[in-house]
Design a protein around this ligand. Structure first.
Ligand SMILES: [Zn+2]
Length: 50
């Protein structure tokens, strides 16, 4: 059983905003931490159950 946790890198959105030095959003980029899913599946480190 896996637990879905919102990705804290993109705050669950699945993408991150790329900003320029003025703080303007230039583009969005798929979050590489969760592959754009917005969450990360984490298996419990203990009590692995099928
Ligand atoms: Zn993410």
């Amino acid at each position: 059983m896996t637990q879905k946790q919102a990705c804290n890198h993109c705050e669950g959105k699945g993408y991150t905003n790329i900003r320029d030095c003025a703080g303007e959003i230039q583009r969005t980029e798929t979050c590489s931490f969760c592959s754009g899913l917005g969450y990360q599946e984490q298996e419990p480190e203990e009590e692995t159950e099928e």
